[in-house]
Design a protein around this ligand. Structure first.
Ligand SMILES: *Cc1c(COP(=O)(O)O)cnc(C)c1O
Length: 389
């Protein structure tokens, strides 16, 4: 790793908040308060004049939330970070901070479906147009960029796991004076640090790997001080999608083990993907780790991938016979999950049901959790035996 702290250096995580601020507590306390009062008139007016920064109200600044933001900024090699109530609050607040009516966004196809729907509803009503391009086709990206305001990336994507050369795409955006941002939820900062590859802003659904325990919905944006300050000045306070102190505390707890968990997800998922690839009944496996090499800047792979069954496997029976893999969508936790593509394709989805996000009706998406490779493989073998005609 060329830039920033080594994410496998746990010490850099554990010391990432200033314990001196919290009576030397190794775990920052939860400041479960909406309000912070002033000691006197003078202090109040100093804060109102902007001559002193201190918490006033939790929609603006809260010490527990700030501790999480500082840890995350360090992990992403960013100057600053801003926590949000959800990944979608982070995405909408970041995007809306940098576009205005008449602007155009270039986005990679197969972005997270609710980001696609945000673009197709609220942004469309604001007369902001979105051009979709294949992120693997750098010529297509280059020809879409002139005149655009924003390049919106997600790599790897979260169903077909297309992995893009993020550094090359960021360089194209720079050349055309276009702001770039990326949804880095799949890789986490452990395996990909987009700011070190030249991307302007990095976004996470912290509900996934950052939290890691399926007990929090949250988001975060990290990047240069001035860009974070711009989001903080308008979208954060006025749209109001703030991160709660308790959720920030859960995220800090999750971050302590992020590098260890990511290594475990990687090892199990890669092994299961390789075994699936050898099966007669499997037509293809979509996992970036099965390619000859990963794109530059992607230093590992996570637990989420998909594969396509040939005819002859009853996908309903397969899903219902799995015991460790539960039917569920929000990945990144300790538990293993399965989502059948044929179910997602039947979602009563707005605003453009023709968009399939690359999902094949014979595909299933797995999230490989932390239960252990052999136990998970036995679960798959058992379900396969019960679902073949
Ligand atoms: C879940 C997810 C989001 C949205 O995050 P929420 O926390 O659910 O709002 C965004 N991007 C990706 C890739 C996701 O998986």
């Amino acid at each position: 790793m060329s830039n920033g702290a080594d994410p496998f250096d746990l010490a850099s995580l554990i010391t990432a908040h200033d314990e001196g601020n919290f009576a030397d507590a190794v775990v920052p306390p939860i400041f479960q308060t909406s309000l912070f009062t002033f000691s006197d008139y003078d202090e109040m007016i100093t804060v109102y004049r902007g001559e002193k920064v201190r918490p006033t109200y939790t929609r603006g600044l809260n010490p527990t939330v700030r501790a999480f933001e500082e840890m995350l900024a360090k992990l992403e090699a960013a100057e600053d970070a801003l926590g949000f109530a959800s990944g979608m609050a982070a995405i909408s607040s970041a995007v809306l901070s940098f576009v205005e009516p008449g602007d155009r966004i270039v986005a990679v196809k197969h972005v997270y479906p609710d980001a696609f729907r945000l673009f197709g509803t609220i942004l469309k009503r604001m007369k902001i147009e979105v051009t979709y391009v294949d992120g693997r086709d750098e010529e297509a990206v280059a020809s879409a960029l002139p005149g655009a305001k924003l390049l919106y990336l997600e790599s790897p994507t979260s169903w077909v796991m297309e992995a893009h050369d993020v550094g090359a795409l960021a360089a194209l955006a720079k050349r055309h004076g276009v702001i770039s941002m990326i949804d880095n939820s799949w890789a986490s900062p452990v395996f990909q640090r987009p700011l070190t590859l030249g991307v302007d802003l990095v976004i996470h659904s912290a509900s996934k790997y950052l939290g890691g325990h399926s007990d929090v919905v949250a988001g975060v944006v990290a990047g240069p001080k001035e860009m974070i300050a711009r989001i903080k000045a308008e979208a954060y306070p006025y749209l109001g999608g703030k991160l709660s102190p308790f959720d920030a505390w859960l995220l800090i707890r999750g971050l302590r083990t992020l590098p260890l968990r990511m290594k475990a997800h990687e090892a199990s998922a890669l092994e299961i993907a390789r075994r699936l690839q050898k099966l007669e009944v499997v037509e293809a496996v979509c996992h970036p780790g099965l390619a000859n090499r990963l794109p530059d800047g992607l230093n590992g792979t996570s637990g989420l991938f998909s594969f396509i069954f040939r005819d002859g496997v009853d996908i309903r029976a397969f899903a219902d016979h799995l015991k460790l893999f539960k039917l569920g969508v929000s990945w990144g936790g300790h538990e293993s999950l399965i989502v059948p593509g044929e179910v997602v394709l039947q979602q009563k989805a707005q605003p453009n049901s023709a968009q399939t996000f690359g999902i094949n009706a014979r595909s299933v998406r797995l999230h490989v959790g932390l239960e252990g490779t052999e136990a998970l493989w036995r679960d798959i073998e058992g379900a396969l035996a019960a679902s073949q005609s």
